[in-house]
Design a binder for this molecule. Sequence first.
Ligand code: HEM
Length: 539
Amino acid sequence: MISLFGISSLLVTLIVIYVSRFYYRYFTRKNPLPGPFPLPLIGNIHLSIGMGFNEFFTSMHKKYGDMFEIYLAGERNIVLCRADLTDKLNMPSTKSNFFTRFVTDEAFIEYELYGVGIGSNNDFESWKFNRQFFDQSILTPNFNYQAVEWVNVLCKEMESYWVDLGENYELDLSRWMHRFTNEIIFKVTTGIKNNSVASYYNSILESDNTLKGKKVETVETVEESDKFVKSVETYVRGLIYLTVCKQFVLHYVPFIREKWKSYLENKDYLLNKLGKVVKERKAEIENTPLDQPLRHDMVTSYITANTPRDINTVKRSGADLLRPVTDREIRGMVLDSLLGGTETVANVFCFIVYYLGRYPEVKQKVRRELDAVLGNDLTKLVTYENLEELQYCAAVINEVFRNCPVSFMMHRLNTESDNVGGYDWPASTRFLMLYSAIMKHKDNWTDPDKFDPDRWYKIEESDKYLLEKQKAKNVFPMFGGGIRICPGKKLAIIELKSLMIYFRKYDIEMADINAPLKLRREYINTAEDFIVKVKPRKF
Ligand code: HEM
């Protein structure tokens, strides 16, 4: 039997070997760049304690310049903070050497991310197949018209709850927005109304019986709906663990091991739930007579693709794209929609409300545009064409994002050796594009720290924002770039502009106008406890 002493000596030997190997690799690394000195296993992550990830990277940028190195989970990452350094990584071609976003390891596979869906899929052929169907279902004019209609209806429904709660009720806008985006994305993806907003409203009424509103009848219980919304948020948090912890840490380090186990349980719940939705819709389609039309949602589009009931109008070419989509693939794409489209839109809208509260002159300009485009009838439903006309609103969305990005960085790896920033890098080098720095770089923006939507609005009419005029297209990666650019960008803008229409009728007032925005700063920036009152606008 091995003695305790034997086990300890073995452990010490393994640690010494690991640490020596780590520092040997560190001191002999190719192209040493400026950056903080790393520790084995954790890298530089300890330096971020007490601040958010974005603040941490921003402080490193200030200290080490536009191209530096950071160690995460013991691995080297090359951080790029100027747009021209990222050009190659964002090349819009399937021949791109920078297709891969994350490293595939055992934990990645354990989280069921490999070879499925599009967001985290590292298998190029599988990604290409899935992305084609994703784009086909979401990038058509029909989809846009349908989305505008559904978003309109849900905006009206949410408005009715706010009116019932009364103008002095303090709403946590961040929570409402998460419900709103969850319901919309679920609806456009599956065609099913999951009543996420209504059940949140019910939960508020349940928790305070002095409120005057009337509970809404829904099939979903408050608990069920809560569980689903939270499971999507929890799944995203699990992705952060994957990125910053090595598999060994996830499986063996106390506390983190338990946390990881709970993320895996949550993953099983979420995937089972989505799998059930796909199965049920499949059965519905099979039971629908051939002469009856099928509704246009993303799941229906995936299920029917390359089958005799195909609802997609675009025909595919290439033998590898002609097979039907499997249930697992469909489930992966539904999950991608939820992951990509919930936190992002919800938080951008909260940040818009914050900036409009802080800049009343910008809010006035937004209102003037809404009045001009939508007229005096406050009950009229908006159209896709109306939304297209809202150019100043589009400028506000961009400027809010530039100043307060939700997704502030993005990863890439090179498949083959390549030159980036003047250095030759071996295959599988990890690059990290720091969007928050790129979007404020003095070489590309006039008064980069100033909040001014005019830098996006009719800039051809003056030379004030000359830099933006020349460069904004390439230096504003709100939706990323290259072949992996966000496929939900049109839907996101439809949702955000539709939500901004609330400002035509209401003042969304922050409880404390002087309080700084409270952010939960993790892998993405999210608003927390964002308390507002929704009052009728004073004309
Ligand atoms: C304001 C809202 C949004 C922002 C800021 C945003 C931002 C991004 C960014 C930065 C990327 C990475 C692109 C890259 O690597 O170059 C991305 C990818 C993605 N987004 Fe969005 N997004 C938003 C809304 C949405 C919505 C509504 C959906 C739902 C359909 C969505 C689905 C996705 C998917 C599936 C991907 C992965 C694409 C791929 O890897 O091929 N996003 N998004």
